[in-house]
Design a protein around this ligand. Structure first.
Ligand SMILES: [Fe+2]
Length: 256
């Protein structure tokens, strides 16, 4: 599977503090069936002051460690960008980390605050779109405004946003309301990718295998594959990853 949202790089945010912790998380991702991961540290000015250049440097260091330890995990990097006015400053400095950047599609993982859909959020999305950026909304099913009223997301979908749901939400890790909201978004056809949003090996472990099984039971193998392999590959512009992850998945199923 391809995981497009994961706090894997050490020392950048509230993910693993040390390289050893990050290595343990990487091994857990592999054990969970993930072959390709996009590390997405928080980009939250004033709290986690990450920029593209720093994240790329951290990725290079950690990729070398993965290779040295023989961990079979392909690693790219982006960021989970908090919706704040400073995002536009980072854009002007060319320091926003893109989830995917290829001709015709520049995507960015965008996080709203958990407690509400801010009044200016849609206008902010439009400002990003004018710059050629397609926002991928990070786990809206965990947003209290969306939980109360999933229809709040409709204008974001209609304007072209994509949606990433957290794997754990599908299997109840974030409570019944988040699970119900995730199901409502799935029923509308508003979900483009499921991702781990893993942070550690305590409360925020990867749950992609569980989510994939749940998707298979609910909607069949093709749909499960779409949301855990093909859809994520399109959003991050990593088409080779689609083929490799599919091969691994089919191999895994054959040996299951
Ligand atoms: Fe996250």
């Amino acid at each position: 599977m391809i995981d497009i949202h994961c706090h894997l790089l050490p020392g950048l945010d509230d993910g693993p503090a040390t390289p050893a912790d990050a290595l343990a998380l990487a091994q857990a991702l592999v054990a969970d069936g993930i072959t390709h991961v996009v590390a997405t540290p928080h980009v939250f000015p004033g709290r986690f002051d990450n920029r593209r250049s720093g994240v790329q440097a951290a990725r290079a260091g950690f990729a070398a460690l993965l290779a040295a330890r023989g961990v079979p995990l392909q690693l790219r990097c982006a960021g989970e960008v908090r919706l704040t006015p400073e995002v536009l400053d980072l854009l002007s400095l060319n320091e926003l980390p893109w989830l995917g950047d290829r001709p015709g599609l520049r995507t960015m993982l965008l996080e709203m605050p958990d407690d509400q859909v801010p009044l200016g959020a849609l206008a902010f999305v439009h400002a990003l779109q004018r710059e050629g950026i397609t926002p991928v909304l990070a786990h809206p099913e965990r947003n209290r405004g969306v939980m109360a009223q999933p229809e709040r997301l409709r204008p974001f979908l209609e304007t072209g946003c994509r949606v990433q749901v957290t794997a754990g939400s599908l299997v109840g890790q974030f409570g019944a309301k988040a699970q119900a909201a995730a199901e409502a978004l799935l029923e509308q056809g508003w979900v483009h990718a499921v991702a781990s949003d893993a942070h550690n090996l305590r409360g925020r472990v990867p749950r992609m295998a569980d989510a994939r099984r749940w998707l298979m039971e609910q909607a069949g193998e093709d749909f499960a594959r779409e949301l855990t392999v093909a859809g994520p590959a399109r959003l991050c512009g990593w088409p080779a990853a689609d083929q490799e992850a599919t091969a691994a998945l089919v191999g895994g199923l054959a040996h299951a």
